[in-house]
Design a protein around this ligand. Structure first.
Ligand code: ADP
Length: 468
């Protein structure tokens, strides 16, 4: 069975968040005797594309409304990934030094059209077309409705919703950008008076998956306006928990971290990594280190940090380290904490893949007080690196972390995304840290939890088979 993933992100080529991690990992687990998996993504002007060479394998022109644009399909010259990735280069639209911006409608529409136009020329069509998030949300609609994609009508397609907050809305005034289709069905594009690519995909895809079972349930009541649509389409929806890429996220082989370790060497390994981190950020290695890694946006609950951290840091026996960027207001409110709690709090405002690995390896606890968390990968990376997750019980966090008060519990869970719950959870973490025997036993236990893609990849294959 041949599967083609169409996605805006793919690790290690272009990553903004979890979407890249998933699309960079799932295909590896779908390349076996039974299935073969490839990725089509945009060709951005980013570090990876600057550092590698590509061969053009196809060139043509696409039409976007009145305009025509030249496009190329490129293939990576060296075989450095475990699966094939094809790049759509539309030089005057898509090739930019960023993944997302304000001008995304034309870019991602051009990307989707170019991908499908190229696929029309294939001798053998794929057995499954798997789309991810709103950036590729018009694919299921075009496959079903656009005249020129008629040859694809019988190919099953799937949409995976990694995050329903973002839907790619644009005005009906731009409907002519979409390749000619049966206008009687224009309603399929609409949600709330706008063209809504995510809604169109939910309506048209053969199956819709979300990245955790709990998130699937939550979307029926909280989906940024799509609640009734998702409830109505629930029979074709299923939640499949993401896995993590065990090859990339392995403390025993991770090249980014200061000292590699496994379950047997966890004590010395964590200590060396924590020391390096504390030295770099002027923190005290003897105190429990609470960390956050992620986008500073409302969904992650990060606007609560300035106040919560001020309260939590009144306890002089804890340290906090933050890695992330996002809302300017939150960044500004966090800034004075570095001075006010010198030696106890520090932050790197920005994106740094290497530092993120070092934090997973060196921290004692990872904070995730999310308001919305479709799956969340950070808590799974933390577990693999022996860092105890402190999470709000929501979405994928609810499905992957059990509170220490329960049998075999291994994390700290709180119910609400508010300052009080965050500070209480940090206090519980500090208390656990004082009981070093229990703390170390849990750390060791969590490294054994298998959140790899194995089981989830099988669920996807079963889903593909059910519609093929
Ligand atoms: P998201 O909602 O952002 O997609 P996920 O938990 O699904 O959240 O995935 C987040 C991914 O992005 C993880 O691999 C995490 O380590 C990484 N990440 C987020 N922010 C940063 C940052 N500032 N620097 C490095 N890595 C980051």
């Amino acid at each position: 069975m041949n599967i083609i993933h169409i996605s805006a992100e793919c690790y290690p080529i272009a990553k903004v968040g979890g979407l890249a991690d998933v699309v960079g990992a799932l295909p590896k687990y779908q390349n076996n005797a039974e299935t073969s998996s490839q990725v089509i993504m945009p060709f951005y002007d980013v570090k990876f594309t600057k550092e590698n060479t590509f061969t053009p394998i196809f060139e043509s022109e696409l039409t976007l409304g009145e305009q025509t644009h030249k496009f190329n399909i490129l293939k990576l010259e060296k075989d450095i990934l475990d699966f094939d990735v094809f790049f759509v280069d539309v030089p005057d639209l898509v090739f930019k030094d960023y993944v997302y911006s304000f001008d995304d409608t034309d870019r991602f529409l051009a990307f989707q059209i170019a991908a499908l136009d190229w696929m029309l020329t294939w001798e053998k069509y794929p057995d499954i077309i798997h789309c991810h998030d709103h950036h590729t949300g018009l694919v299921p609609f075009m496959l079903q409705e656009s005249f020129k994609y008629e040859p694809f009508r019988k190919i099953p397609n799937i949409l995976t919703i990694h995050n329903a907050q973002y839907q790619g809305w644009f005005s009906h005034d731009n409907v002519n950008l979409i390749p000619a289709f049966n206008f009687d069905n224009v309603g399929l594009l609409d949600w709330g008076g706008q063209i809504n690519p995510l809604a169109a995909a939910i309506k048209c895809a053969w199956r819709v998956t979300t990245v955790s079972p709990s998130y699937m349930e939550e979307l029926k009541t909280n989906a940024n306006g799509l609640e009734s649509l998702l409830s109505g389409e629930s029979t074709k929806c299923i939640g499949i928990l993401n896995g993590i890429d065990w090859k990339v996220w392995d403390p025993e082989t991770d090249n980014y971290i200061v000292k590699n370790f496994n379950q047997k060497t966890i004590v010395s390994g964590k200590k060396a990594n924590k020391k390096a981190l504390c030295d770099a950020f002027n923190l005290d290695i003897s105190k429990p280190l609470f960390a956050f890694i992620g986008r500073l946006v409302g969904e992650k609950g990060s606007d609560l940090f300035p106040e919560a951290f001020r309260i939590a840091l009144q306890n002089p026996n804890i340290s906090i380290l933050l890695l992330g960027s996002g809302h300017t207001e939150t960044e500004e409110q966090l800034e004075p904490l570095t001075e006010d709690f010198k030696g106890q709090y520090n932050a790197f405002i920005g994106y740094d893949e290497k530092l993120s690995h070092n934090i997973y390896a060196g921290a004692d606890f990872l904070l995730m007080p999310s308001r919305v968390e479709p799956c969340g990968l950070n808590q799974m990376y933390a577990l693999r690196y022996g860092t105890i997750p402190i999470v709000r019980s929501i979405g994928g966090l609810k499905d992957t972390v059990r509170d220490i008060s329960e049998d075999d519990g291994f994390g700290i869970c709180h119910e609400h995304a508010n300052v009080n719950d965050i500070t209480n959870a940090i206090a519980r973490g500090a208390e656990l840290y004082e009981n070093q025997t229990k703390f170390k036993a849990i750390r060791k236990q969590i490294m054994k939890i298998d959140n790899s893609w194995g089981a989830s990849a099988k669920q996807y294959i079963n889903l593909y088979k059910s519609i093929n």
